[in-house]
Design a protein around this ligand. Sequence first.
Ligand code: DAH
Length: 323
Amino acid sequence: MTDLSSLQKEIQEKLTQVHDPKVLEELRVEYLGRKGKIADLFKNIATLPNEEKRQFGQALNQLKEFAEQAFSEKTASLENQGAKTDQSFDPTLPGVSTKLGKLHPITRTIREISDIFVRLGFEVVDGREIETEFYNFTALNIPLDHPSRDAFDTFYTEQGHLLRSQTSTVQIRMMQSRKPPLRIIAPGRVYRPDTMDASHSFMFHQIEGLMVDDRTTFSDLKGVLHVFLRTLFGDDVKMRFRPHFFPFTEPSVEVDVNWGKGWLELLGAGQVDPAVFKEVGYHPNKVQGFAFGLGVERIAMLKYGIKDIRLFYENDLRFLKQF
Ligand code: DAH
């Protein structure tokens, strides 16, 4: 008799744990099947003393009824649940979409520009944002008392380091650590103590380019830049070299573009000054090449028609979502 009540408990417990109709059927066979546990117990009746047969038989019948009821209730409840889940799935409703992040327009512009130069055989390299006067000025042929130092002035740390004000620093680091031929571009942040307004920021991004070997000429510079600008702005873009001065290139130019909106100044460039080659230990008579530097924000603003540089830095999703 105690076996019967513990069997009843066992069935109850197991049923509460079942959530799968298949498992439920296996359980039903285990207890109520023709060779199941309850059927086995019915066979035992014959071996009992006569006076016990009746009582045990009644109890066993009750257990059987209980089990049948419990199993059919459980079957119904699982069916019910299944039906509910089926009804709650409406394949005609729009799906739940995941919100994906996007690349910042500056990052996109850097990647787009880098891709063009990579196709031309340039390697993308990294520099440092915290630099020394040597890399930001002296090695680039800008002596302490040179007036053009004002144009590239920057923030200084108390230890005498500075935040680079131009990516041209990477030219020096690359030439010091590698031998020609060199074809690199170096994207990154630069800093200047400018007051923020629609076209100025104390921090912005530049991409520096450098190509050096024993034969690269000014016309190679023109060819490379022309391919670059046509890829970026379309085949109809016109390009113009305007004489300019930079301490680290000679001759130097500013490059303007025109794709139907008038001439716009875009970047600075020139043949690397022999004084810079000397500084990095290259033989100025044996190597030659060009360098250029462009402002990423400026290009992004022209490309996307953005009128205020501050929009790039405000993290306003209404602006950023548009790219
Ligand atoms: N470093 C210059 C600037 O920040 C840009 C530049 C001009 C870079 C001429 C060059 C170059 O490499 O040849 O205004």
